[in-house]
Design a protein around this ligand. Structure first.
Ligand code: C2E
Ligand code: MG
Ligand code: MG
Ligand code: MG
Length: 291
């Protein structure tokens, strides 16, 4: 009896594994089709220079506009792409789209920095830096206008290889940011060793500020630490004007969140920038006139 039960258990396990594999294969196929059918789109969320209110640039965020699953977010489908290695192909497509878009937004008096999320799997592939440089070359975007966002998880692997990749990017004058800071291990010693330019405070810092008595002190300490290491600080998930003003007064360099705008499709982003910049122009002109 026990043998039979055991046998049944094994076969159920096998079935569910098989089902999972089939679902995986199905999703993979759908994602490949999505890319071919132009269902994958990059949206862009503005990043604001806290001190001046100027627009520093934008973060590219992947969206899958699919009829059968209308709201599949990147957090759901990126792991699929990572597990089957498709992320490298997709990642290059993302980089290319983002670089060409940032170049198209560039004018004589606005040189936006575009931030692109890079998967650890993609970054570890041999030839990664070369492929980034080649995409940059084709797009004609200045290297200083590209910032690659890497998550703490990737960085915890502080192997020579990771540091070397970051150094190669720096030599190529491409910026790098540590994304979602505060959600991983956040060890000070490894942060000191990393040749990066920017620290992105995870949204959870702002959440803690409203619920935790010492939350603000923790954020302030992290901002001070980042500045001591000569890193720029970006706050993510800034949802209210009050938060934005507060972070500005506490020395946070850049702000990003629904308070300014949610991620927008390329055309809406351009329109948003145009409107913001013309409003800023009007303000500046009227202050020049002494109003
Ligand atoms: P992330 O890089 O930390 O991106 C910030 C996330 O916060 C985005 O979620 C954005 O829509 C959301 N967000 C922005 N402002 C606010 C706010 O004020 N409040 C709140 N609650 N959320 C805000 P999204 O677009 O769902 O992306 C989730 C994650 O998926 C990203 O986190 C990033 O790690 C990953 N991801 C997105 N696009 C790509 C991509 O092209 N490549 C790779 N490798 N990963 C990507
Ligand atoms: Mg990011
Ligand atoms: Mg992230
Ligand atoms: Mg983040």
């Amino acid at each position: 009896r026990s043998k039979a039960a055991g046998g049944a258990k094994v076969s159920v396990y096998d079935d569910s594994m098989r089902e999972e594999t089939m679902l995986q294969v199905k999703r993979e196929h759908e994602l490949r089709q999505a890319l071919q059918r132009d269902e994958l789109k990059l949206h862009y969320q503005p990043v604001i220079h806290a001190a001046t209110g100027n627009i520093r640039g934008m973060e590219a965020l992947l969206r899958w506009e699919n009829q059968s699953f209308p709201s599949t977010g990147p957090q759901e489908f990126i792991p699929i792409l990572e597990s089957n290695g498709l992320i490298t192909e997709f990642g290059e497509w993302v980089l290319e789209q983002a670089c060409f878009f940032a170049e198209a937004c560039t004018t004589d008096n606005w040189r936006p920095v575009v931030s692109v999320n890079v998967s650890p799997v993609q970054m570890k592939k041999p030839g990664f830096v070369e492929s980034v440089r080649s995409i940059l070359g084709r797009s004609c975007l200045a290297p200083e206008q590209l910032e690659l966002e890497i998550t703490e998880g990737t960085m915890m692997d502080t192997s020579r290889k990771t540091i070397q990749t970051l150094e190669l990017l720096r030599e190529a004058r491409i910026r790098t940011a540590l994304d979602d800071f505060g959600t991983g291990y956040s060890s000070l010693s490894y942060l000191r060793e990393l040749p990066i330019d920017t620290l992105k405070l995870d949204k959870s810092f702002l959440k803690e500020e409203s619920t935790d008595r010492v939350g603000k002190h923790v954020t302030d300490a992290v901002i001070a630490m980042a500045h001591a290491l000569r890193l720029y600080v970006v706050a993510e998930g800034v949802e209210t004007k009050a938060q934005a003003e507060d972070l500005k007064s506490r020395g946070c360099d850049f702000l990003q969140g629904y308070c300014f705008s949610e991620p927008l499709d390329p055309e809406s982003f351009k329109a948003w920038v145009k409107l913001e910049r013309s409003a800023a122009d009007v303000l500046q002109k009227s202050s020049e006139r002494g109003h």
